[in-house]
Design a protein around this ligand. Structure first.
Ligand code: GLU
Length: 484
């Protein structure tokens, strides 16, 4: 195909950007990048009742945060705008009229009750429901009568019965028996287009060459192809992606965890990790290196290598990957991102330098930014609760170690990390030689007194962040609890 590749993502703003839509957006974006094509964002807000501006904003913000910037769209404009369906309502009736004039569509005056009745009959007879075509050949007199009664017609597309075959970029050859489709509504009686109609008109006018979307839309594709054909328009290439399922193989939903991109962000996932993770849902890198930037993925991306089967959303794997990103992220950037997760702590206690140091020495085991909150209480406040380490502290060993430690701390310059490090090493050696204390037991006593815990960040790092005053105070407090 010599035409330029033009792809699009067309979310409906009836909710925050779903992680599945983010993946669809990513694959379109990657295909555009790989082919030097154009990536379009279109907002499909024909369903006014379910549309909210907050969701539109969320879609914009989430796509941007993921780095999926569009070349044409509602905010940036482009040659084929407007890119919001509700601003295109004058366009659709024109094309509906063309289809009416050519005999590819007809007015339908059936009431909801009549249609419900047809559906009930089909269920009773164990048949799939297909519209009866009751209104296909109404006489002008009947039409007149309906209009007098105040009925407003919808417009139905007259489906040609045939075997429809197309070659899906992901799934290969697909065949449909269109006689099972039934004449579907393209314009509702209130004058609004239905999804299947608006999407074709927009994709056609926006010159979309490839439609990559979830396989939940596969049953819509034959209807859409029939409309292209009726309008004499070029049918785009279609590629349908397998679905993303929860670990229990059911549809991914809120009960499994976050599903909207913004909820993942609130949970402390990095957007770089998220986008990397969703790329691997249905696509695999040729060199098996999984941690990759979107640019690296784009270079390696081949649409025909996308798996046609469903992918499982493994939250554990996402956690692992997020942890990898947290470990290698620029410390200043990471600190900025972590600050909102430190709500409840008095951040004014620490200078920016010390805050960054705290983040640096606590980030290693984190899988989400949210986990920082439980990892850092001992960096703040004067005292630490000693309940967890009461028994550990109440020993001869701890008493000896902490007395010595107190003397050392009183003489330290707490910005001299090397000196603290060396003195602690000497202390361990001394106590090992003198009393046979294991080096880790020596450190447990110090850690217990300073943090109230038995595990945590690098001890020298902790001391330099909390400083002399708190170190001495906490050591004395710990010593005062020892009764041996
Ligand atoms: N508005 C549709 C959706 O959000 C777009 C479907 C399509 O890509 O054609 O599911």
């Amino acid at each position: 195909m010599s035409d330029k590749v033009r792809v699009r993502i067309a979310p409906s703003p009836s909710g925050n950007l779903h992680i599945g839509t983010a993946r669809t957006a990513l694959f379109n974006y990657l295909y555009a990048k790989k082919t030097g094509g154009t990536f379009v964002l279109r907002i499909e807000d024909t369903d006014a009742e379910r549309t909210e501006q907050a969701y539109v904003d969320n879609i914009f913000d989430s796509l941007k945060a993921l780095g999926l910037n569009w070349d044409e769209g509602p905010d940036v404009g482009g040659e084929y705008g407007p890119y919001t369906q509700s601003q295109r309502f004058d366009i659709y009736p024109k094309y509906a009229q063309i289809l009416l004039d050519k005999g590819y569509a007809y007015e339908c005056f059936c009431t909801n009750e009549e249609l419900e009745h047809e559906k009930e009959e089909a269920v009773k007879n164990h048949k799939p429901y297909v519209y009866s075509r009751k209104c296909l050949d109404i006489t002008p007199e009947q039409r007149e009568q309906y209009i007098k009664e105040g009925r407003k017609p919808s417009i139905r597309f007259k489906v040609e019965h045939k075997e429809l075959v197309f070659n899906d970029m992901v799934k290969g050859e697909l065949k449909f028996d269109t006689s099972l489709i039934g004449d579907f509504v393209i314009m509702k009686s209130n004058g609004a287009p239905t999804y299947n109609f608006a999407v074709v008109i927009d994709d056609m006018l926006m010159k979309i060459s490839h439609i990559i979307r979830g396989e939940d839309h596969i049953s819509n594709t034959p209807k859409q192809i029939l409309i292209y054909e009726a309008l004499g328009a070029k049918v785009p290439e279609f590629g349908h992606l397998g679905m993303i399922l929860a670990p229990d193989r059911s549809k991914l939903s809120k009960r499994h965890g976050a599903t909207a991109v913004s909820d993942f962000v609130k949970e402390g996932y990095l957007t770089d990790a998220l986008i990397n993770f969703v790329a691997l849902l249905g696509w695999a890198p040729s060199d098996s290196v999984e941690i990759k930037t979107v640019d690296e993925i784009a270079q390696d991306f081949r649409i025909n290598e996308i798996s046609s089967s469903n992918s499982i959303f493994e939250y554990d794997k996402l956690n692992w990957m997020n942890g990898q990103y947290i470990k290698k992220m620029d410390i200043s950037k990471l600190t900025d991102m972590i600050i909102p997760f430190l709500e409840g702590y008095d951040l004014s206690e620490l200078s920016r330098e010390k805050l960054e140091k705290m983040v640096e020495i606590t980030r290693e085991p984190l899988t989400t930014l949210k986990e920082i909150k439980d990892a850092v209480p001992y960096f703040f406040g004067e005292h630490v609760p000693l309940d967890e380490v009461k028994e550990l502290l109440n020993t001869e060993l701890s008493k000896n170690v902490l007395n010595k430690f107190l003397t050392l701390a009183q003489g330290w310059d707490f910005s001299d990390e090397e000196k603290i490090h060396n003195d602690l090493a000497d202390l361990r050696t001394e106590f090992k030689e003198k009393y046979g204390y294991k080096p880790k037991e020596t450190m447990w006593a110090i850690r217990g007194a300073i943090t109230g815990r038995t595990r945590g960040a690098d001890m020298v790092g902790i001391l330099t962040v909390i400083g002399k005053e708190k170190t001495i105070l906490r050591t004395k407090e710990a010593l005062s609890t020892i009764k041996v």
